[in-house]
Design a protein around this ligand. Structure first.
Ligand code: ADP
Length: 539
């Protein structure tokens, strides 16, 4: 017997229409490169989104065409997020921190037809555009000044269109967006989201036990809109009618903290390197900012050190929500929420749970497996590769790349080495490419970093494998000290001795002004390995 319910397709268009009908007075606040704030009501946002769709159709964009964006976080980028998929085209977010050669590879692979680019990023665009033969039009967003006269201007195009685009009926399985993995561990690969996966991810993100988004929230995605869809926040915030605060290109701790305070942000999201800077700023001047409106700072992308989670909580009464995800998982995969049955645990145990990667969000399944494919027990100590599956997990990559990441029985291999405890809490010990293999034993770079970052003088720590003549690999630690603080190698070793096994102790420390970062703000360990990986060989 079949159910007798409507098979209404799950479309991004429905999220947009709902925003128009119910929340016309909600706002999108954008801060420009110059630091000025502009405010756009959802009513006007909707009209502009319809106009964008009209303009793209007039330029010849048809169903399935790829329309790329090369933009910071601002309201026009949000218009693209909704207008492009709702008209049946495919939003392809380009990562503005990549090298032009990577961008041309990515834009060529996606066969982008139109590119919407911030004026401030035109010099970058011009470095790769000629290598992408599929591009027919470039539309310039005048983010920091007027569009050059020989190029299409975003605002001029919108001004010529109507407010009421006739959104086409679409198959919910049709592509809505493409985002490439940022290539931290290999060539970037394209993940193709569908309308259905996007809507399901949006609903799950909003759930109370996920991010608990509501109309009363003020949501600030610090995570760039080119990094795994800004973790879905552009869709989930608009779905509930929240106020959205777009920080534009100014992502330094001072600018972000000021914006959170003045706009009374309730939920902000970004990678740990962003939050480490904000914590240092707050520690230096605890009374300077009023952040009492914040109910959750979502941290993910790489491991949030327990010392940071605890520091925000105990010194500034700010709650961190630690989440795990990947471009391939839309991206929210798991979240470190404390279950009611564990609520009574002592503060140290609670911190321990909150610094895990949590357990899978609704609709996502998790398991971890041994090298030979054996599914491993949830005992909190057996390490294996995390695998996930669910309706917003990729089933393949654009063009058939990376087929070895998908198992015969329908799981996606994440490349993350984890343990899972009896309650389902995942603890990432490493990415498989970063784990340090010393004389046949595995050393967790994440655990060492967390221990180092609990030292009061350490701002940032990245632990990576140095090649070693006897042990194959030994840990090396790159350290950035807090301004005005000092610590010697011997002091750091003494700090670690009480926290990790003796054979885990780094063989050496490198004090740096900054640790190299990936295009999405994570520590770039491959560069550390390339530059310093041989330093133990002659010893
Ligand atoms: P890239 O693979 O290029 O870094 P992604 O942003 O998709 O691009 O990265 C996903 C990876 O980031 C995960 O596989 C995991 O290794 C890491 N990651 C994400 N969130 C966390 C987290 N909360 N803790 C530890 N690692 C994380």
């Amino acid at each position: 017997m079949l159910g007798q319910m409507m098979e209404t397709p799950l479309l991004v268009t429905s999220v947009l229409e709902r925003a128009r009908r119910f929340f016309p007075r909600s706002e999108i606040v954008t801060r420009s490169a110059a630091g000025e704030l502009s405010r756009l009501s959802y009513a006007d946002f909707y009209k502009r989104t319809a106009r964008l769709a009209g303009a793209l159709a007039r330029l010849g964009v048809v169903r399935g065409d790829r329309v790329a964006t090369l933009c910071w976080n601002h309201h026009r980028h949000l218009e693209a997020y909704f207008g492009i998929p709702s008209m049946g085209a495919v939003l392809h977010t380009l990562n503005l921190r990549l090298h032009p050669s990577e961008l041309s590879f990515i834009a060529r692979s996606a066969e982008d037809k139109v590119v919407i680019v911030d004026r401030s990023l035109l010099p970058l665009y011009q470095k790769f555009a000629a290598d992408v033969p599929s591009i027919r039009h470039v539309i310039v967003v005048p983010d920091d000044g007027a569009t050059p006269p020989d190029l299409l201007d975003y605002e001029t195009l919108l001004a010529a269109e109507r407010d009421d685009f006739a959104w086409p009926p679409l198959d919910e399985r049709s592509a809505a967006g493409i985002c490439f993995t940022s290539g931290t561990t290999g060539n970037p690969k394209g993940v193709v989201y569908s309308h259905r996966s996007t809507v399901l991810h949006t609903m799950v993100s909003c759930m109370t036990d996920t991010l608990a988004l509501s109309e009363g929230d003020v949501v600030m995605p610090v995570v760039p809109m080119f990094h795994a869809n800004a973790w879905g926040l552009p869709y989930s915030a608009v779905a509930v009618g929240a106020r959205v605060v777009m920080p534009g290109p100014r992502l330094d701790a001072e600018s972000l903290t000021t914006l959170m305070a003045t706009e009374k942000v309730t939920l902000a999201a970004g990678v740990p390197t962003i939050w480490l800077g904000i914590l240092a700023l707050l520690d230096a001047a605890p009374k300077r900012f009023d952040l009492s409106s914040i109910r959750s700072m979502v941290i993910g992308g790489s491991a949030a050190p327990p010392s940071m989670i605890e520091g925000f909580q105990s010194r500034h009464k700010l709650h961190v929500t630690h989440a795990w995800g990947m471009t391939e998982t839309s991206p929210l995969g798991s979240l470190a929420r404390i279950k009611r049955s564990l609520d009574a645990a002592d503060p140290a145990a609670q911190l321990g749970l909150r610094s895990t990667q949590g357990y899978a969000v609704t609709l996502i399944d998790q398991r971890h497996v041994a090298d030979d494919g054996r599914v491993l027990p949830w005992d909190g100590s057996t390490m294996g590769e995390l695998e996930v599956r669910g309706p917003f997990v990729a089933s393949g990559y654009l063009g058939g790349a990376g087929a070895d990441r998908f198992t015969q029985d329908g799981w996606f291999k994440t490349g993350d080495v984890v343990t899972i405890d009896a309650e389902g809490y995942i603890r990432i010990t490493d990415r498989s490419k970063d784990v340090i293999k010393s004389g046949g034993e595995w050393i967790s770079s994440v655990a060492l970093e967390n221990a180092l970052m609990s030292h009061p003088a350490v701002l940032e720590a990245a632990v990576f494998a140095g090649r070693h003549p006897k042990w194959d690999e030994r840990p090396l630690a790159a350290i950035v000290l807090k301004p005005g603080h000092s610590a010697t190698k011997a002091e750091l070793t003494a700090h670690l001795e009480s926290r990790v096994a003796k054979f885990w102790l780094p063989d050496d420390y490198l004090f740096m002004a900054q640790i190299p970062r990936t295009s999405t703000g994570k520590f770039l360990k491959s560069k550390l390995r390339d530059d310093h990986g041989d330093m133990l060989m002659g010893r």
